[in-house]
Ligand binder design. Sequence first.
Ligand SMILES: Nc1ncnc2c1ncn2[C@@H]1O[C@H](COP(=O)(O)OP(=O)(O)OP(=O)(O)O)[C@@H](O)[C@H]1O
Length: 360
Amino acid sequence: MSIEAKFKLTKKAFELDVALTIPSKGVTAVFGPSGCGKTTLLRLIAGLERCDNGYLKVRDNVWQGIEGFIPSHERAIGYVFQEASLFSHLNVADNLAYGVKRVPATERKVSIDHAVALLGIGHLLSRKTDKLSGGEKQRVAIARALAVSPKVLLMDEPLSALDQALKREIMPYLESLHDELDIPIIYVSHAPDEVARLADHLVLLEAGKVRAEGPIEGMLTRLDLPLAHGDDAAAVIKANVASHDSHYGVTYLDFRGGQFIVPCNTLSVGQAVRLRVVARDVSLTLEHQTGTSILNIFPATVTEIITDEQPEVIVRLKVGEVTLLSRVTKKSAAQLNLKCGQHVYAQIKSIALLTDNKSI
Ligand SMILES: Nc1ncnc2c1ncn2[C@@H]1O[C@H](COP(=O)(O)OP(=O)(O)OP(=O)(O)O)[C@@H](O)[C@H]1O
């Protein structure tokens, strides 16, 4: 079961024309430049915007099709906007209860208590919403969206109005939604780090059209897409905690290309983790270096090379079954005489362990 959406809508000079199948599990990020139609797509899914001959099916529910158009207020959706839009005359508890009243008892899958626990807002329930910080308001807004037991949770840049500290505060809560709820989340974002951290699937929109879509690992490392370019270019790798070595204070993480060594952490053995390896933190050598402090060195095969902004090139690498990116200077690439198919060693200087926001 998935979410199927087909919309064609013209707004003066802008045309959105998309046909999408979105997984009904996990987080799908909708990513793209300003004005490409991300919010319009979300509003069409929510039924806040209407187009002729559109089609929308969310799991078993056809919300738009030849049979008709289910109005927004009858769709089981949670919608979180950039700025939390809470009722300022009500306290947090009453804000949460407000939407739940119209959800039939048989449809209630997420209790208010569960939403409160997931977002860590139990201590704020009696507080008026104008006495909350920006991060607290947004956590309440997310809890309120969840408390209506939505069939899909739509999030339109929910962190963009927050500063870095507040983003760091909310991220773990978003991750827990991702891990604990069987509700598909469609997450609009401009921020590559947010996408790398949260998304399982990515839809890249450009000028109202789907340029590409697919699982996050593959999308981030496609050199024909803009995501693999720029300073933020990075690969996302899934791994599992293999063991801890208390003598050296390190943790071993198995991935489908070998084993990473990272500073010791408190994760349980067997736990799944998500790693982000930034392209500029991956250097290349022809021989396996021995006199180096770098612990994470892997044999790799060059699969593609592309000249980025001068004077750098982006190199796509295969390490076992995993794809990595490396950004090196054009001069280094020439000195190493890099070519597709060549065997090299990838030296990884830094790995971000995304499950607990630590860069290691
Ligand atoms: N009411 C309107 N009339 C005409 N054009 C509109 C209207 N609303 C939006 N647009 C245009 O539709 C396009 C898509 O807008 P949308 O808000 O969906 O983009 P977006 O990708 O979410 O942008 P951003 O990242 O800046 O929020 C834009 O070019 C915008 O100017």
